[in-house]
Design a protein around this ligand. Structure first.
Ligand SMILES: Nc1ncnc2c1ncn2[C@@H]1O[C@H](COP(=O)(O)OP(=O)(O)O)[C@@H](O)[C@H]1O
Ligand SMILES: [Mg+2]
Length: 296
């Protein structure tokens, strides 16, 4: 058996000040790609340049100018918020007074001033994530690598985090983000690479990807489970919409005008249990390109 390829011949480019995202399901190769970008995992073939430098030759130089927010926090839970930041600053070889000064600013940025002397153990998931981001900023990086920054957080905690990331973008930091949340990718990313099975299956802005691969609207129809396959066949035969997907729990019709299609469905004497017209999303792009859903 040939060796397993977690990342297989991907080609991408990101510019200064951009928010670039890797969108893909679990196992797509996002974290592996991030480790190569962060100069902590070697590139076995091809060319990679980060800030114009080759990670194989200039690992320490690259690591000094980037910030890394790994998928797993790896904070020291026994230490306080402030101590975690301090230890990380020392790791970068910063002078103690410089670190203290930066910690004050980072605590404010991460909205953790009240928790400064609390043990990490006692923080909520959202607070820990903000601390990890604050920590990654201690060396004032030009590029920030964020691996699934909001996975596992509740909606409110995610919005607080997005707001912090917008601020970093406004301040000119280049953000590279991985996510399997299509709403996160749509909200945050200027440009995206959609990944699946170690490959990039599409690249572009969220708008470009939707325009290129799916229709403007989507009509979701739910019928009794036993009827769905047959209904999908009838809709296909009637050539409704541009494309029809049969999913386990619904029939999805891609059309620029969902309402018109719905009228036609009713005209065929079909009575869906529920019918919903919505705007097409990156989830639809992923489904079209891979035949699967982003979150299984
Ligand atoms: N060091 C490794 N050795 C063997 N397999 C790995 C290693 N790292 C990752 N993988 C596998 O490579 C695939 C991609 O992993 P990963 O980059 O973590 O994907 P993602 O972050 O998109 O979930 C997964 O199937 C994973 O199990
Ligand atoms: Mg990962």
């Amino acid at each position: 058996m040939p060796p397993f390829r977690a990342v297989d011949g991907i080609d991408f480019e990101f510019g200064r000040g951009e928010v670039f995202g890797f969108l893909g399901p679990n196992g797509a190769g996002k974290s592996s790609t991030m480790r190569m970008l962060g100069a902590t995992s070697p590139v076995s073939a091809g060319t990679l340049r980060v800030l114009g430098m080759d990670p194989a030759e200039k690992g320490p130089e690259i690591r000094a100018r980037i910030g890394v927010v790994p998928q797993d926090d790896c904070l020291d839970r026994e230490l306080t918020v402030r101590e975690n930041l301090f230890v990380y600053g020392r790791y970068f070889g910063l002078a103690k007074n410089v670190i203290r000064e930066r910690i004050a600013g980072l605590l404010a940025f991460a909205q953790l001033e009240e928790q400064a002397d609390a043990q990490v153990e006692t923080l909520s998931g959202g607070m820990r994530r903000r601390l990890t981001i604050a920590r990654s900023l201690i060396n004032q990086p030009e590029i920030l690598l964020l691996d699934e920054p909001t996975t596992g957080l509740d909606p409110q905690a995610r919005h607080v985090l997005w707001d912090r990331l917008y601020r970093l973008k406004r301040d000119g930091v280049t953000l590279i983000i991985t996510t399997h949340y299509m709403d996160e990718a749509e909200q945050l990313c200027d440009r995206l690479a959609v990944m699946d099975g170690g490959k990039i299956v599409a690249e572009g802005s969220p708008r470009e990807l939707i325009d290129a691969h799916v229709t403007r609207e989507v009509l979701e129809l739910r019928f009794p489970a036993d009827d769905q396959a047959e209904v999908a066949e009838r809709l296909r035969a009637a050539q409704l919409g541009e494309r029809i997907e049969l999913l386990p729990d619904r029939v999805v019709v891609y059309a620029d005008d969902g309402e018109t299609v719905l009228v036609a469905v009713h005209g065929m004497s079909l009575a869906p249990i529920t019918a919903l017209v919505r705007r097409a999303t990156l989830e639809d792009v992923f489904l079209k390109l891979t035949g699967r859903s982003l979150i299984d």
